[in-house]
Ligand binder design. Structure first.
Ligand SMILES: *Cc1c(COP(=O)(O)O)cnc(C)c1O
Length: 354
């Protein structure tokens, strides 16, 4: 039986995408060949890559605005360094909202000076700092739109007259935003788009080519753009599966369509967390993530009972990250509302038992 999959990442994909992807592994489009045993330079795969890149820009509303979409490797983690390689000349500003921001800061610091414009570290990152200044003579500003581990999400982005770079690994394609306020958006595929193995980078071309350092080819956005995201052999299966997910999303009405579903799921989840006296939410209410809901049991004595009930209800992947503890329900695009209903039911059943 299919489980209710709340895994934080790699995470749930639409069932129809999994079926199509599995067919392509055996026989791609009735070609008598598997998708993963043909040349990435074949027309069949080049079409997949171009379609995936075009769908990204279409769904984000960035067509014809000077952006390019790339499917790279090395995870969002490699973007921590790559962003700095391509943009950092003297100094950049970073918003520190948790573990992933800190890792981005650490890598960029290898190259040059990084200034933390604000941090919520003193409160174990349970909120998003606001009201900070971003000096206009910095090379760029970097932020993390959704903090997967802590369950916080930026609901608004600062006005910024320098390039704005955003790690959207865990909430890309989940909500409507003016994506043109960003100059670089990056996201590991495995949270809201596809299998692990590819990283989406959306870059505004005119911000590139301004640093004096020599950039190794594999780290150079300009080279990846010039090569049509095929500088080296791309992760063909991850790109294909991501393309299928993007098509699925388009079929649901794109980001406006999925946003409605995501809001329903988050509302249901948080109303249970707030109304049920056995549970306590971790993140500050105004900064709560629609993707990752973090919460704790008020009384740890109920842990075993709760976890047995979760298991019996076929609920998987709700254990919290070790730095927060408790529970985390990740409600990515492909998670059905019914899965949230199942989780909420277990929580209220626990209340009636306790
Ligand atoms: C998961 C995650 C990452 C790391 O992604 P990798 O692809 O494993 O490198 C970075 N940032 C955020 C916000 C994430 O959720």
């Amino acid at each position: 039986m299919k489980k209710h999959n709340f895994s934080a990442g790699p995470s749930i994909l639409p069932q129809e995408v999994l079926l199509k992807a599995s067919e392509a592994i055996v026989d791609y489009d009735n070609s008598g060949l598997s998708l993963i045993e043909i040349s990435h330079r074949s027309k069949a795969f080049v079409d997949v890559m171009e379609k995936a890149r075009a769908l990204v820009l279409e769904l984000l509303g960035l067509e014809g605005k000077g952006y390019k979409a790339l499917f790279l490797q090395g995870g969002a983690s490699s973007q921590f360094l790559m962003v700095a390689m391509n943009l950092l000349e003297k100094r950049a500003g970073y918003l520190n909202t948790g573990a992933w921001s800190q890792k981005a800061i650490k890598e960029a610091k290898l190259l040059d000076d990084i200034y933390e414009v604000a941090s919520s570290g003193e409160a174990n990152f349970n909120y998003i700092p606001k009201g900070y200044d971003i000096p206009s003579d910095y090379d760029y500003f970097h932020c993390t739109s959704n903090n997967t581990i802590f369950g916080t999400q930026m609901k608004a982005f600062p006005k910024c007259d320098i390039p704005m770079v955003c790690d959207m690994s865990s909430d890309i394609f989940s909500r409507q935003l003016d994506f043109s306020q960003f100059d670089i958006i990056y996201a590991g595929a495995q949270k809201n788009m596809g299998p692990a193995g590819t990283t989406l980078v959306v870059v505004k071309e005119d911000i590139l080519g301004k640093v004096s350092r020599k950039i190794p080819s594999i780290m150079d956005y300009k080279i990846h753009i010039k090569q049509g995201s095929m500088f080296n052999t791309p992760p063909v299966f991850a790109v294909y599966t991501s393309m299928l997910t993007l098509e699925w999303l388009k079929g649901l009405g794109g980001i406006p369509g999925i946003e409605i579903e995501n809001e329903k799921k988050a509302r249901l989840m948080y109303s249970e967390i707030d109304l049920n006296p056995l549970f306590k939410g971790f993140a500050m209410k105004e900064d709560r993530s629609d993707m990752n809901a973090t919460f704790n049991l008020v009384n740890d004595n109920l842990k075993d009972t709760f976890e047995t009930m979760l298991k019996e209800a076929g609920i998987s992947g709700v254990n919290g990250h070790r730095s927060v503890g408790g529970y985390r329900a990740s409600m990515y695009n492909a998670l059905p509302l019914d899965s949230v209903k199942a989780l909420v039911e277990v929580m209220s059943e626990l209340e009636s038992k306790a």
